[in-house]
Design a protein around this ligand. Structure first.
Ligand code: NAD
Ligand code: GLY
Length: 389
């Protein structure tokens, strides 16, 4: 059993954020592969934050058909002194596959990019995961920069070096650990993000509160409406706090041999939903939200959190605009079938991330099978309806 103890002090987050108007820089500590995360408004224009991490003259920006019209020209202008090409992929989780990956290599080879090229991911988690995997493979590894433009990618996927693509039989099943050289988070890009995508990102933000930062959970309960209203001060505070948690966990366990797995609260159930429903039908963050409800339910069935604490978590996810009921058509057998190919399965034993209390997570395969069965068979519609009563 592996535990993630609360990693933050019990002190409250400030209501107004003292760094307003300024850039915040955090660091992921990985020895000689350490890298900065810059967070602030308007950073897309800041060449001095990118230039130290570009080794040669060649740069390849990987983006998609939605993000490129919004931000590609601007980033290309910032990089005016370099020889810049762009590879624009189709948009969507359904394109996170070999075929689309190949088009990145096509673009790099056609433009004769060499081993000193720098690949920049400009987009959400799908682009970040695919561009990162391409950077890991191209000529056995080239420089890589993350410029995440969704809330989810800013608080989670751009940090920590997990890259890869989906397989029809399992989510993110083919990939590599490959750390970026810098993560540049321009919080103003969230102004163009659809509401549904913003909510999906909030699922991962809430995750940090649940697994390791109870004071942050309290802050989120107070600020969730501001976050949904795109209040830049609140967003910057939430991104900074989330990245701080992620950087600490990744610094302690880069390859997920232990504590990093706790970042996957709700993901084992959530990946089953994504795979079963077809990639892209449920957004990743939405599937994680419903999966988190299932993890809360199981933790409460085990007596590790109270029913009131479970309901507190569900209410916050609901207020963030997230689905809290798994798809009605999924049976316990469907879940078990998909969960069996989760990366947390070791030697045939299904490890799950659960809460030992609010703000503290545990990864364990030490639970009665009947409790998992009962969790999968729970009538979540009825559970959520009683919250309203
Ligand atoms: P996404 O990349 O599909 O982006 C969501 C949508 O928002 C897309 O349509 C995209 O084109 C659009 N978009 C992006 N930025 C925009 C902007 N600023 N304005 C308007 N539209 C914008 O989805 P996501 O939620 O960012 O990422 C989900 C992916 O991330 C999944 O594939 C998941 O597996 C992966 N992920 C990876 C990690 C990791 O550690 N590597 C962690 C969590 C999730
Ligand atoms: N999103 C989980 C991780 O990066 O480990």
């Amino acid at each position: 059993m592996i535990w993630l103890y609360a990693i933050f002090s019990r002190s409250q987050m400030p209501n107004r954020y003292s760094m307003w108007g300024h850039m915040q820089t955090l660091k992921v500590e990985l020895g000689e592969r350490s890298y900065p995360i810059h967070i602030g408004e308007g950073l897309l224009d800041r060449l001095e934050l990118l230039a130290p991490h570009i080794v040669g003259r060649q740069v390849a920006i990987v983006s998609n058909a939605t993000v490129a019209p919004l931000y590609l020209e601007r980033l290309t202008r910032t990089l005016a002194g370099y020889s810049v090409i762009s590879v624009v992929l189709p948009d969507g989780e359904a394109f996170k596959n070999w075929e689309t990956l190949q088009t990145i290599f096509d673009g790099l080879l056609t433009a004769r990019h060499d081993r000193r090229t720098t690949v920049i991911a400009l987009g959400g988690g799908v682009i970040g995961d695919m561009a990162g995997f391409a950077a890991a493979c191209y000529q056995r590894g080239v420089n890589f920069i993350q410029v995440p433009t969704t809330l989810l990618s800013q608080v989670d996927s751009s940090v920590g070096g997990k890259t890869g693509i989906n397989h029809p039989l399992g989510k993110n099943m083919v990939g590599a650990f490959y750390q970026p050289n810098v993560v540049l988070i321009d919080t103003a890009t969230l102004n163009t993000l659809p509401e549904r995508e913003l909510s999906a990102g909030l699922a991962e933000v809430i995750k940090y509160g649940l697994i390791c930062d109870e004071p942050f959970l309290v802050w989120l309960e107070e600020h969730v409406d501001q976050l949904r209203g795109l209040d830049q001060v609140a967003l910057t505070a939430a991104i900074e706090r989330s990245c701080r948690a992620k950087a600490l966990v990744v610094g302690a366990d880069e390859r997920e041999t232990g504590v990093r797995a706790t970042l996957n609260l709700g993901h084992t159930f959530g990946h089953a939903i994504e795979t079963h429903m077809g990639y892209g039908v449920w957004l990743h963050g939405e599937a994680v939200a419903a999966g988190t409800v299932m993890a809360l339910e199981m933790s409460s069935r085990l007596g590790w959190i109270t029913a009131q604490e479970r309901d507190r978590g569900i209410r916050l996810l609901q207020r963030a605009g997230l689905p809290v009921v798994p798809p009605q058509e999924m049976t316990p057998e469907h879940f078990l079938e998909h969960m069996a190919v989760d990366k947390k399965v070791l030697d045939g034993r299904m490890r799950l991330v659960l809460l030992s209390r609010m703000g503290e997570a545990v990864i364990t395969d030490d639970y009665p099978k009947e409790v998992l069965q009962a969790t999968l068979a729970t009538d979540y519609r009825a559970l959520v309806d009683q919250l309203r009563g």
